[in-house]
Design a binder for this molecule. Structure first.
Ligand code: PLP
Ligand code: TYF
Length: 394
């Protein structure tokens, strides 16, 4: 049987992570995989998470199964964190998942259970794993224009024109904030126009929010998701706790399905429970429990928010420094978009040859589409990167 298997296409981001690891140069710079790193290059365990973990170790008295949808407390605190009071809690079905990836997969499977002819509209470009999962599930995908190469901002007219083709029963996948891989985001006026279009066509929005707190702040980054949830009859929301709680390997995420009434919510909840059971029975609990403990304890929550804020403003400062440095070296403002982009990533907007020269000649690793992880920089390496970008011919 095993001899019938074929090698699978690799994930370019994870492949680059390996290539970086095996590069012997000591002055190499990793702007690849989307993991937050502090100025010393480490991915710290957040203080509040460490404190919650200690408390949990002391207080936890059983590791027995929890529930198919995971711990109720986790789903409650997370729907508060993401949705605020945008929708009535009795209309929200939710299930814990292994990471945001698990939630994305669950969302696609749920939508396909409802509509076997499902089509999913995805931004061009989007997180490559969206495409890989959709392809694996044999779900039709329809890219919509998103990134404007000329301005390195959003091609909003192109996006709206392409989304006109969406129909009832289709899903339109949107990044809640901090678009991966481009860093370019819609403003709230544009979000409202997308909502109007969705309501006119009957297509259902699906929001992937993996970087809440990395852009403009916790509430600011959730504002678009809340606007959609409050104004569309239905929405699927896949949220990840990997980045904003720094618990990548604990595999902590959630899928929420906002329904029009409690009856539809109950059916959605039953299907989410069932899909979890069919896939892995129970979602992981450790990370979810830490998140609940942090969000429910005033002191831990305040400390978490303070540390997250340091992470966020640190990345903003690096963006500004890089934009300033490139303005100085290039004598133009054509890299000004770097300071406008939000989140961990920016697409630099240069070709693959230049990306390859940065890697080969300077040991600077970014994804082939010129996505760079801003958190891979520090105040000392920003000028090195800026110089290399100009030297490489940008
Ligand atoms: N969605 C987006 C847009 C992402 O960038 C990521 C990256 O990690 C995820 C989902 C999933 O994250 P995880 O499964 O690690 O929680
Ligand atoms: O885009 C990134 O770099 C992060 C991490 O299959 C990641 O989202 C990358 C690929 C993948 C899972 C996570």
């Amino acid at each position: 049987m095993l001899n019938a298997l074929r090698k699978q296409p690799e994930d370019k981001i994870l492949a680059l992570m390996q290539a970086y690891k095996s590069d012997p140069r000591t002055d190499k710079i990793d702007l690849g995989v989307g993991v937050y790193k502090d100025a010393s290059g480490k991915t710290p365990i957040m203080r509040a998470i460490k404190a919650a973990e200690q408390k949990l170790w002391q207080e936890e008295i059983t590791k027995s199964y929890v529930a198919l949808a995971g711990d109720q407390e986790f789903t409650t605190v997370m729907s508060n964190l993401v949705l605020g009071n945008a929708v009535a809690p009795q209309n929200v079905a939710a299930a814990g998942t292994p990471g945001g990836t698990g939630a994305v997969r669950l969302a696609f499977e749920l939508a396909r259970m409802a509509n076997p002819d499902l089509k999913v509209f995805v931004s061009d470009p989007t997180w490559p794993n969206h495409i890989s999962i959709l392809r694996y599930l044999d779900i039709e995908t329809q890219p919509y224009r998103y990134f404007d190469d000329a301005t390195c901002g959003v091609d909003f007219d192109g996006m709206m024109a392409d989304l006109e083709a969406a129909r009832a029963g289709d899903l339109v996948l949107l990044h809640g904030c901090c678009h991966n891989p481009t860093g370019a985001n819609l403003n709230l006026t544009q979000w409202q126009a997308v909502i109007d279009l969705l309501n006119r066509t009957g297509a259902v929005p699906m929001i992937d929010i993996a970087y809440q707190g990395f852009g403009d702040g916790l509430d600011e980054d959730a504002a678009a998701t809340r606007l959609v949830a409050a104004n569309c009859p239905e929405v699927l929301i896949a949220a990840s706790c990997s980045k904003n709680f720094g618990i990548y390997r604990e595999r902590t995420g959630i899928l929420m399905a906002v329904a029009q009434d409690a009856g539809l919510r109950a059916v959605a909840q039953d299907n989410l429970n069932s899909l979890n059971r069919l896939t892995y029975s129970f979602p992981p609990d450790h990370g979810a429990r830490l998140v609940s403990m942090v969000l429910k304890d005033d002191a831990l929550r305040a400390d978490w928010q303070a540390e997250l804020e340091e992470v966020r403003t640190g990345m903003l400062a690096l963006r500004q420094q890089l934009a300033d440095e490139l303005r100085r070296l290039s004598g133009s403002d054509r890299f000004g978009f770097l300071a406008q982009h939000r989140g961990m990533f920016s697409r630099l907007g240069v070709g693959p040859d230049l990306v390859e020269r940065l890697r080969a000649d300077h040991g600077i690793y970014m994804i082939g589409d010129s996505r760079m992880n801003i958190a891979g920089l520090n105040a000392q390496t920003v000028p090195v990167l800026a110089q290399a970008i100009i030297e490489a011919g940008a």
